[in-house]
Design a binder for this molecule. Structure first.
Ligand SMILES: [Zn+2]
Length: 404
């Protein structure tokens, strides 16, 4: 799987967490069901936004913002993708790929830039549902282009505003954004791979251009596209300081990771999801109810409950349905199943409360340790008993438990 990653120029918005979380959960589920899943998530550390945000110090900002992204997504507690390739570390491979596109007539050099020749790829527009002759023009108009639909693969260095550059057969410059994903996906996953993810806002032009670059030179590229719905900020109560947009870091500090994960579970990945104090508060309340799961006496399920959970996730990764089932298990006291289901999403019930019988077993073990004069083990067991709210009193007739 290849899930497009962030452009690193500031702390990432909570909306950027959605494709990350989806990719990590999907990997977790696919592995559990027996697939050898590998997730690649790229870091776009060459981009106009970075030059604009830190004139004269873009590389330092990109390095800082990469570190922030890894810290912030790391604190979601889902682990990390298998590969996190950076554009700055892939420039030679990008230059080679652009060279192949020029040789095969799919790209042309013009004034130190290199552009993809959209007219050379008849399938162009198919991914985003546009007719090739009616595809909207790419964002940057330029007299250097043969056709307004053409897009840059390589951009000549602009010394006044761009403080990083790389050498290439077309002169000093830097790669465009789209080409980096075609190259990194192939480098790490081969010419064909299963799933390509990213936000719905990336379908055009980013993913349309990735397809054009890779397929025009015979690579099958992604078999399945998985575009997640966007996160919508609603309500007036969002933080105003950063223009009604909350960062992953701020969201983690305000809510903690578990309520945020339950929030993401509550929406189907294809659909937009409303992010507000109200909706995250509801998710936090759901999380509290899971934390109270042990208050419901433990029960044994009859029938194959896990298959219901698997059916929900195997059907287009329907997490809202899986979440509803987790609540059902919680209300019925299916502790083991619930813990196992939550673990797919990086959540869990934590340590089980010990029944009185279990504490008494610890007392007996301590007696046995004392009998064989293993004082260290006896002390450890006493600490374990104290940790459960009891203490041991040694009397001539034997030991007994007292509440602390
Ligand atoms: Zn991409």
């Amino acid at each position: 799987m290849y899930f497009c990653g962030p452009t690193v120029y500031a702390r990432a918005h909570i909306g950027n967490a959605r494709p990350f979380v989806l990719g990590m959960w999907l990997r977790s589920w696919l592995r559990l069901t027996g697939y050898e899943a590998i997730l690649v998530h790229n870091i776009t550390d060459i981009n106009d936004k970075i030059y604009d945000a830190a004139p004269g110090a873009s590389a330092a900002l990109a390095a800082d913002a990469t570190r922030w992204y890894l810290e912030d997504t790391g604190d979601l507690g889902l682990g990390m993708p298998d590969h996190l390739p950076k554009a700055t570390e892939t420039v030679p491979e990008i230059v080679a790929f652009i060279g192949e596109l020029i040789e095969t007539g799919h790209a042309y050099e013009s004034g130190g830039d290199v552009y993809f020749r959209v007219a050379s790829f008849p399938e162009y527009g198919r991914l985003s549902g546009q007719r090739p002759d009616q595809v909207e023009a790419q964002e940057e108009p330029s007299p250097l282009k043969e056709d307004p639909r053409d897009f840059a693969l390589w951009k000549a260095n602009k010394p006044a505003t761009e403080d990083t550059w790389w050498d290439s057969p077309w002169g000093r410059g830097r790669p465009g954004w789209h080409i980096e994903c075609s190259v990194m996906a192939e480098l790490l996953l081969g010419p064909a791979f299963e799933i390509h993810g990213g936000g719905l806002d990336l379908v055009f032009p980013h993913h349309e251009n990735e397809v054009a670059q890779s397929r025009s030179v015979g690579r099958p590229f992604a078999r399945i596209w998985m575009h997640n719905g966007m996160l919508r900020s609603t309500g007036d109560d969002m933080h105003k300081s950063i223009g009604n947009i909350e960062t992953i870091r701020e969201a983690l500090e305000r809510w903690g990771r578990e309520p945020l994960l339950v929030f993401f579970l509550s929406g189907h990945w294809r659909k937009p999801i409303d992010y507000s104090d109200d909706t995250v508060r509801q998710a936090a309340a759901q999380w509290s109810s899971f934390q109270d799961a042990y208050r419901v006496p433990e029960a044994t399920p009859d029938g194959n409950e896990w298959s219901r959970f698997a059916a929900a996730l195997d059907d287009d990764f329907n997490t809202p349905e899986a979440l509803a089932l987790l609540h059902e298990w919680r209300s019925r006291g299916y502790w083991d199943l619930l813990d196992r289901g939550l673990a797919v999403f990086g959540l869990g019930l934590g340590e089980r409360p010990l029944a009185d019988d279990d504490i008494d077993r610890l007392r007996q073990e301590r007696d046995e340790a004392r009998d064989r004069k293993d004082w260290q083990r006896a002390d450890e067991l006493r600490e374990a008993i104290r940790g459960r709210g009891f203490d041991v009193v040694d009397e001539p007739a034997g030991s007994r438990l007292v509440r602390l």
